[in-house]
Design a protein around this ligand. Structure first.
Ligand code: GSH
Length: 242
């Protein structure tokens, strides 16, 4: 008999794992969440994602699918029920465009705004404001990026909805706020109150502690500098042991 079990290799603190988890919950797919310790990656993770060695990885029977946006699309196509992507080809293309915009522009600019300082930080903050303003415009007249219910772009934006507040608290910046981005902030609340989402969110205090310790380690290392202040290291890529 064909193996059709579904396993998700992830970490609770990872926004990328969260994307995959929400997709499975929206589709009502029964799955087993296998928690990865990214400091000691399991053989299973290395076997199923030998290229990137990152979470999430969806293991569906004998098949493994890596990269969160691809996992979401796979889940949407492989299982019946809730539609995560729109059925109209143009709308699907647009959803993919904005999901990529979040990964390629919004997240990197915000991330670097958190972990740099001086003139370099100013540059990233300006970029971050621009990308958040552009994204906010996409929400005009809509409850979610997907319309009345959440879809690909909302899942792609989960880090903005939940993780950004934690990151800016730890980094001591105030980029995403009610005054400048009322529509995005309202969306973030609506997104986090969807059941499939709230069931998949990590504990906020756990995340604060996690990123605070990461920040401490980051600034204690002698990594290459990306700072106008001597002694500040270049931040490592987003990684979570959560
Ligand atoms: N582009 C990937 C990013 C995944 C990612 O960065 N995962 C982090 C956890 S948040 C990870 O596994 N890091 C392990 C490492 O970099 O070694 C996706 O969308 O799935």
């Amino acid at each position: 008999m064909e193996d059709t079990t579904v396993k998700l290799l992830g970490t609770k603190g990872s926004p990328f794992s969260h994307r995959a988890e929400v997709a499975l919950r929206l589709k009502d797919v029964k799955f087993e969440f296998l928690h990865e310790d990214l400091a000691h990656k399991s053989d299973m993770l290395l076997r199923h994602n030998p290229i990137h060695k990152k979470v999430p990885v969806l293991v569906h029977g004998e098949k493994s699918i890596a990269e969160s946006l691809i996992v979401i699309e796979y889940v949407d196509e492989a299982f019946e029920g809730y539609n995560i992507l729109p059925s109209d080809p143009y709308e699907r293309a647009m959803a993919r465009f904005w999901a990529r915009f979040i990964d390629d522009k919004v997240i990197p600019a915000f991330w670097m705004s958190c972990w740099t300082d001086g003139e370099i930080q100013k540059g990233f903050i300006a970029q971050s404001k621009e990308t958040l303003t552009t994204l906010q415009r996409q929400l005009e007249g809509k409850k979610f990026f997907g319309g009345d219910s959440i879809g690909l772009v909302d899942l792609a934006g989960c880090m903005i909805a939940f993780w950004f507040a934690v990151l800016q608290e730890v980094a001591g910046i105030n980029l995403l706020n009610e005054e400048d981005y009322p529509v995005l902030c309202r969306w973030a609340e609506d997104y986090c109150s969807v059941r499939a989402v709230s069931e998949s969110l990590p504990d906020k205090s756990f995340l604060v502690a996690h990123f605070a310790s990461k920040k401490e380690k980051m600034f204690a290392t002698k990594a290459p500098l990306l700072s106008t202040k001597a002694g500040r290291p270049l931040p490592p890529p987003l990684k979570s042991n959560g």
